[in-house]
Design a protein around this ligand. Sequence first.
Ligand SMILES: [Zn+2]
Length: 358
Amino acid sequence: MRDADLDLDPDLDLDLDLDLLAYIDALPKVELHVHLEGSIVPALALRLAQRRKIQLPGLGPEGAGSVEDLRRAYRFRSFRDFIAIYVGLSRCLDQAEDFCEAVLGIAEGLAAQNVRRAEMTFTPMTHVHQGVDADAMLDGLAEGRRLALERHGVDFAWVFDVVRSFPDQAAPTLALALRARERDGSVIALGVGGPEGPDYPIDALAPVFAEAKAAGLRSVPHAGEQDGPASVRANLERLQADRIGHGVRAIEDPALVAELRERAIPLEVCPTSNVALGVYPSLADHPLPQLLDAGLAVTLASDDPPLFGTTLVDEYRRCAATYGWDKAQLLAIAQAGVEHSFLDADRKRALLAEQAAI
Ligand SMILES: [Zn+2]
């Protein structure tokens, strides 16, 4: 992966008519690819950092500084800066109340965008490895999720994920996922993220994913982002993927595109993230329109929104402006989010009806 500037207009001064902007806002939405740690906006990060006396990039010792200092640091200039912020944000989550507050803060931002359901990725072993008590972490997530639904109408489900460079963490991640699921049904899938490529083989993960699938969890690995079609194939075969996080580089292999279409494997596409991390030079160069033309199941997602200067609504706006989408196309991709979620059939029907009524 190469370093890339986040060359996107932060004020999002897009040439869209007000009617289309209002339609995007009003559409009930589902977010299928977003990370908890990467969804913490600067104001929330400052509160958490100062409580736990964590020095985040842009802040002084013990979290001294302002939201504006953090906002500047969020506009990272390289992949290394991105990782530094991400790791710092993870370190701010220590006690149950931190996890709860993070989930609630994120829910507030999602509710403002009319996001009704978020299948949110969370990396439990990063926190456990840093000394966080697993029960406190799961307590905080559960309480945050409960209050998010009650106060903001946002229904969270968790994807517990493994960092590919730490395959030993796969089995304990699954154990935590099953514990959390037993408690409130909140964990729906196992994921894999982190560095991708031949240096990070996934063979060691395969038995754990087989066990997860046998226990009724879904498999949603990241693939086809930093590495090409071979990685997508490997994750489909060895990790029995039900959806692919990103998957955009499948476009480089027509046979793989045909296979994804035939097997109806959805891709969680995060265009702004791909541009910010240098996978494509601009949204105009992004293969999203070709993936749709090829008949693939594509959903639109935001990945680590404040770190990439985006939100889910911004993804809809940018795509409408860049690819000339009209209401019918915006509705179709919002519907795809519902259809390819892991919601039950009744909830899907209800949300699809709400979308069609806008
Ligand atoms: Zn991701």
